[in-house]
Design a protein around this ligand. Structure first.
Ligand code: MG
Length: 382
């Protein structure tokens, strides 16, 4: 309890920082204020991009060889920040819908002083209440702009250590055992493997990976288990195979059963579908050991950062995840990586024609460029 109280005070302190900034801003002489604000409203544009994939991606009605994401550009005072929307196709998201959802949000961002971003997530939620990667795209573009305007990386602005040796996992797509073995071979540069549990041929799939490597494996059940007794037996088998943790084993609404499972599981149970924003953290905190934070679910870096504060408060471990995203959205998430116990940021590694650079994989973990903002640059030929 004492730990929790102390955590709460720390959280209030950070929340107060936004207030302090607003107060200080209010007292600034007008010319300094104008310098910070600039004289003009931002120009906000967007671009649909076509991403070629190394491996076909399984979607509801078959497979796709490409993905369409949306890049957003926030320009003011001669400085441009970039953000990105990646889509969860299974949830009905796509580039055209994102572009529609961007329209009213662009108006909000045009009318908001960029350095007064603290209240933006709530205002954005009033306009687009549902899950939308459009929110993340604008938020990332604004945070990139702020970093560039201040000439510091976003991690520095947030007070986060840039150095982290937490290795990213790499997803091995489900296929016939022989194909999966080949994929494990191709995944040689990555130190941790992640695989989806589908309810069909799962043990064969895990055995196929194990026959090739002794690397740690992580599994994502995507809400697939509905019987808790059976689930704990599955977990015990997975533990014997060297599986590190289980992501979203049971449906989101089976919170009590998930808590039962968590109390008995020898490895951590991590929430994904069950947690999108801070509000969800409060609801699910006793049923899981950790939470998978994704910028496309949270609506960007501001809310993701708030979620890390809450996770610490409630002793939840932090995982960082992604969709298929270019270096833009991945580099935004990597800003937070020193706060995470587990990193699952491999979306850009699945893309053949990533238009941006700014991240390097070193011995399995991400190294940032150290450049201002999220530290990315457009490739000259894209
Ligand atoms: Mg997941």
């Amino acid at each position: 309890m004492i730990m929790k109280r102390r955590g709460f005070l720390a959280f209030s302190g950070v929340a107060g920082m936004g207030m302090a900034f607003r107060k200080a801003f209010g007292k600034m002489p007008d010319d300094e204020k104008k310098q910070l604000q600039g004289m003009t409203k931002p120009k906000i544009t967007y671009e649909k991009i076509h991403l070629e994939l190394y491996h076909p991606w399984t979607i509801t009605r078959g497979t796709a060889n490409y993905k369409e994401n949306v890049l957003v550009y926030y320009t003011k005072d001669g400085v441009t920040g970039v953000g990105e929307a990646g889509h969860m196709t299974a949830a009905g998201q796509n580039a055209d819908r994102t572009i529609r959802e961007l329209q009213p949000l662009i108006h909000l961002y045009r009318d908001t002083e960029p350095f007064l971003f603290y209240d933006l997530p709530e205002k954005v939620r009033e306009i687009v209440p549902e899950l939308s990667p459009a929110k993340a795209a604008l938020d990332i573009a604004l945070m990139d702009w702020i970093g560039k305007k201040l000439d510091i990386p976003v991690y520095q602005f947030l007070g986060i250590n840039p150095v982290s040796e937490v290795k990213t996992s790499f997803s091995i797509g489900r296929d016939k055992p022989e194909v999966m073995k080949q994929k494990v071979k191709e995944a040689a540069p990555y130190k941790i493997l992640k695989v989806k549990i589908t309810g069909r041929g799962d043990k064969e799939a895990i055995r196929a990976i194990r026959s090739m490597t002794d690397k740690p494996i992580r599994v994502d059940v995507n809400e697939g288990w509905t019987d808790k007794e059976k689930a704990i037996r599955e977990i015990e088998w997975l533990v014997a195979q060297g599986v590190e943790f289980v992501e979203q084993p049971m449906p989101v609404d089976m919170l009590e059963e998930t808590r039962w499972l968590k109390e008995r599981s020898p490895i951590p149970i991590v929430a994904d579908e069950a947690v999108n924003t801070s509000k969800d953290v409060l609801r699910i905190k006793d049923a899981y050991d950790g939470i998978n934070i994704k910028l496309m679910k949270s609506g960007g870096l501001i809310e993701a950062y708030r979620m890390t504060l809450l996770a610490r408060l409630f002793n939840l471990d932090i995982m960082l995840g992604c969709m298929i995203e270019t270096t833009v959205a991945i580099a935004a998430a990597v800003q937070l990586q020193a706060l995470a116990r587990w990193v699952d940021l491999d979306g850009n590694l699945l893309i053949k024609n990533d238009p941006y650079t700014g991240l390097t994989l070193k011995n399995g973990h991400w190294v940032m460029s150290g450049k201002p903002g999220i530290g990315v640059e457009r490739r000259s030929n894209k």
